[in-house]
Ligand binder design. Structure first.
Ligand code: ZN
Length: 406
């Protein structure tokens, strides 16, 4: 028996080593394997029939569905790499605009905003010969709105709910305050492309690089532990962003954005806090735009039971709002010293990302990507560091003044 047991054990351990090797092999393989790469997208046709072609190296399965209000077509692919620009552009024929990016690990998404209701009359793959890329072809035909509405089906793949599946961080905070930094937009929601004509940047890229630099500065102080809602170019629902703060018991939530305006002259940073009623029309408009993130990204909001959304403002304790305002005031003072800010640097509106959150929170619009000077500055590390240092000083003051033990 003992002999058998030993044999069994040896057999098992060999098996384990073997599996470990396979896993290592796959892990290494993944790091080097070139996944499918989208190298071009193009449109053809007119207001009655439009063809959309995605060119890619490698293979990817695809799945399409339609969404109404506004009318959209969504194409989900296996995760691909995009080598076609900053996240979206204008379409042609029946397509107004399109956006693309990582929807969640494993799935990439293209969203087509429709000029008119359509049906997908045909979709197929043409294999590229002689090293040429494969082509995914989608043909659209104009139909009535009622026909389109009838075609609307719920997507079977839902956005990953990051925060609910996420356990509180395993890394002990060692008495450090926890700050959640939320780089706005991501994946197939590029945010505003204000600077796209000037320099090909998108809000989602500016917010992630700024957040990474801000995180470094906050953590270098030794007083703060920073958790990012996203640390790669991936889409996150607005509500999942604030959940990261909630489940991690954060002390502060800071959402990072960059603004756009029709006039290229407007520049400077603004800090926003949550209120039911916007402080001014411009703030209300901005909140409406930022809140569209989920819609733009092709998320079907119909399945969202909005109990949480509706009771949020009532539930958010007055205390949390007061603290958010105090923090925004400190931050406004510090930001003014180092970068250009708007005249009224602290405003308020109904930002979805700040709603339903029981953590003092602010949203920073760091400047305008539609202003060439701001756009240039916002791509520079020095500017991110200036913003990071201002946040650090404001955060220090905020905790000293509101949570001093003596
Ligand atoms: Zn934004």
């Amino acid at each position: 028996m003992a002999h058998n047991k030993q044999q069994l054990l040896r057999h098992l351990s060999i098996k384990l080593i073997f599996s470990a090797l396979i896993i290592m092999f796959f892990a290494a393989g993944n790091a080097f394997a070139a996944g499918p790469v989208v190298t071009d997208v193009r449109f053809g046709g007119d207001q009655q029939k439009t063809r959309f072609v995605i060119e890619m190296t490698g293979n990817s399965a695809f799945r399409t569905f339609t969404l109404a209000n506004p009318n959209r077509i969504v194409i989900d692919l296996d995760e691909v790499e995009w080598k076609i620009g900053p996240g979206g552009a204008t379409g042609k024929g029946l397509i107004n605009n399109y956006r693309y990016g990582l929807y969640m690990p494993g799935t990439s998404r293209v969203v087509l905003d429709l000029k008119n209701p359509v049906k997908i009359s045909n979709s197929f793959i043409i294999s590229g010969k002689n090293g040429k890329p494969n082509r995914l072809v989608f043909d659209f035909e104009r139909v009535s709105q009622s026909a389109f509405t009838a075609s609307v089906a719920k997507p079977s793949v839902q956005a990953q709910r990051v925060a609910t599946t996420r356990k509180p961080s395993n890394v002990p905070s060692n008495g450090k305050k926890i700050i959640v930094l939320d780089p706005g937009h991501g994946g197939h929601d590029p945010g505003n492309l204000g600077g796209v004509k000037v320099n090909g940047i998108s809000e989602k890229n500016v917010t992630i690089s700024a957040s990474r630099n801000i995180k470094k500065i906050l953590e270098a102080s030794g007083r703060y532990k920073v958790i990012m809602t996203r640390n790669r170019d991936v889409f996150l629902k607005l509500r999942d962003r604030s959940r990261v703060a909630h489940v991690n018991n954060a002390d502060l939530f800071i959402s990072i954005h960059a603004d756009a305006f029709r006039s290229p002259d407007v520049r400077g940073a603004t800090i926003y806090t949550l209120t039911e009623k916007a402080s001014d029309r411009e703030a209300a408009k901005l909140a409406a735009r930022e809140n569209k993130s989920d819609v733009i990204a092709g998320v079907d909001l119909q399945d969202e039971t909005d109990v949480v959304q509706n009771i949020l403002i009532d539930l958010v304790k007055q205390e949390t709002m007061n603290l958010s305002n105090r923090y925004a005031q400190e931050l406004s003072k510090e930001l003014k010293k180092s970068i250009r800010v708007r005249k009224r640097s602290h405003r308020s509106a109904g930002f979805a990302v700040l709603k339903g959150i029981d953590v003092p929170s602010v949203l920073i619009e760091m400047g305008y990507l539609t202003n060439p000077t701001d756009a240039k500055l916002l791509m520079q590390k020095e500017t991110h560091e200036k913003i990071g240092n201002a946040i650090l000083k404001a955060t220090d003051k905020y905790f000293q003044q509101n949570f001093a033990y003596n």
